[in-house]
Write a protein that binds this ligand. Structure first.
Ligand code: NAD
Length: 253
């Protein structure tokens, strides 16, 4: 597919996992992809892999929760690539703990990366989207938005992103900008691997147990999410906005 030919896509948290798969997929769809992540070297590795596969990508190291860094990164992308047409707010972190053990810093870090980061990038991205009367924004929510033990911070942030998505869809709809959220279930990435390690569970065993409780009887892959993001950035879904699509192998919502 080449539905994003001549478009510029920003994917945050794209050095690995769901973000890297999404960046690769949008490049395959024809977009020039700005790969955003904290670490310069890892960000460059993802961008180089896209270029080696015949795509177009640029690596931009940026902490999404830093207002000045986001403004500078967005300016560089607009200067070098011309505009920002697609934004995937994917950067994320976990700081799981039961409420009575959760520190203020655990709470603030999760809010900063997911909510503040998505807000800062959306505020930058909408500039050229509104100007061009064309744009696609996809925010990464989670089935944890429905509540998950040990994740009061993360659940609040992921539910917050759903409200953020719907309010933005109302504001940006008149400018032909679609805003949707994808809410993954269990996806095999470094994030879920780290959760297994932190809780002392073997990762393979965690996947097997997870799959047994999922109607489609398998855990998800980063590509499962990337494919849905791609569809939400295509003209086939141009009448879909303000929606949350659960991609969890079952009707989790
Ligand atoms: N893996 C899952 O099962 C799952 C389920 C539901 C939702 N999600 C969400 O999907 C998104 C991607 O998750 P993943 O599993 O690929 O995680 P991951 O930990 O593998 O990747 C997240 C990326 O975000 C980057 N990041 C973190 N803080 C950042 C910051 N301040 N600025 C820029 N980049 C930053 C990390 O460096 C990392 O490369 C996250 O928002 C996550 O909450 C994941």
């Amino acid at each position: 597919m080449t539905h994003l030919n001549s478009k510029v896509a920003v994917v945050t948290g794209a050095a690995r996992g769901i973000g890297a798969a999404t960046a690769a997929r949008l490049a395959l769809d024809g977009a020039t992809v700005a790969v955003i992540d904290l670490d310069e070297t890892q960000t460059k590795e993802t961008a180089d892999a896209i270029v080696s596969a015949g795509g177009s990508a640029m690596a931009v190291a940026c902490d999404v929760s830093d207002e000045a860094a986001v403004a500078e990164a967005a300016e560089r992308i607009r200067a070098e690539a011309g505009s920002i047409d697609v934004l995937v707010n994917n950067a994320g972190v976990l700081r799981d703990n039961l409420l009575f053990k959760m520190s203020l810093s655990d709470w603030d870090t999760v809010m900063s990366v997911h909510l503040r980061g998505s807000f800062l990038w959306a505020r930058e991205a909408q500039k050229t989207m509104v100007q061009n009367r064309w744009g696609k924004i996809v925010n990464l929510s989670s089935t944890s938005a429905l509540g998950n033990r040990g994740q009061t911070n993360y659940s609040a942030a992921k539910a917050g992103l759903q409200g953020f998505t719907k309010a933005m869809a109302l504001e940006l709809g008149p400018f032909n900008v679609n805003v949707n959220a994808v809410a993954p279930g269990f996806i095999v990435t470094e994030m879920t691997r780290a959760t297994a390690a932190r809780t002392g569970v073997d990762f393979e065993e965690m996947q097997e147990r997870g799959a047994a409780n999922i109607p489609l009887r398998r855990v998800g892959r980063p590509e499962d999410i990337a494919n849905v993001v791609s569809v939400l950035c295509s003209e086939d879904t141009s009448y879909v906005t303000g929606q949350v699509i659960y991609v969890a192998g079952g009707p989790k919502a």
